[in-house]
Design a protein around this ligand. Sequence first.
Ligand code: ZN
Length: 336
Amino acid sequence: MTDSENPSRTPALHSADDTILPFEVAALDLRGRVVRLGPSVDEILSRHDYPLPVAKLLGEAVTLAALFGSALKFDGRFILQTQTDGPVRMLVVDYATAGRIRACARFDRNRIESALASGQISPGLLLGHGHLAMTIDQGADMSRHQGVVALEGRGLEEAAHEYFRRSEQIPTRVRLAVAEELRAGPDGPRHRWRAGGILLQFLPKSPERMRAADLDPGDAPEGITLPSAAEDEAWMEGRSLVETVEDLELIDPALSTERLVYRLFHERGVRVFDNAQIAARCTCSRETVSAMLRSFPQQDRDDMVEGGTISVTCEFCNETYRFDPAEVSDADGTLN
Ligand SMILES: [Zn+2]
């Protein structure tokens, strides 16, 4: 047994930011992961000039995608995308193994300003109605798997529970937290984004216990209370422990991931596994943008010329690429 597998080991004082720690509570048939994001989420959110509530919501989506994407057992991508009618029309997070992540949002600035003025900035209200799609892409020759769940004025946490219950039949609880902290820097104090999340799943060997755990009191018709004894006690215990996790515990740099997991589950014996890294990285390059431009009809490229150049800004990382029109025209002949 290695040190990281020893359930009784003393939790480390500090675990690094931008890591994901998988864990298991065998006595309760629970498995989970904790993600802590520092520089990665700060880089993703700081590259955009999004209004605060939009940045915070995108930070939640990044955290959720990191929790889901890190479960991929093969090389591929996990893409989380919302499409809704609220002030935040779209969120996209693209997670590629091993741990490269990029993200962007589309929103209506006027509607965000009115939402801010009236204090209507909960994730559910910002998103509105529509859907959340999660796509697993294993590469060109492999199948794509997509699961979709309705967003009906609910936030991402609730949508994730619903997705796992309906699509995967796995009782799941997720907590997400995003906040800005004030940090001293060489040019004086500046705000830095931090995020954290925990995912817990109930994976018992017997299907009967799974069914008992799946009986969500929320499913009962109005006015009827489902008997709580029908719920699996191990899942009830795990679920309530995760629901008590405070936002601050998920983002506090002074509380290590190991210590958080230990604090929650030490009475039952918790085993942690090797952690994995997360980094903010975009896949765009001058070459990929140039190839994309060359694939357009000449007329479209002509329409893009402004002040003698064609500028393309990557929506994910906000990097702007400038081209001389001749450089990407058909006449250049590199591609054709
Ligand atoms: Zn980019």
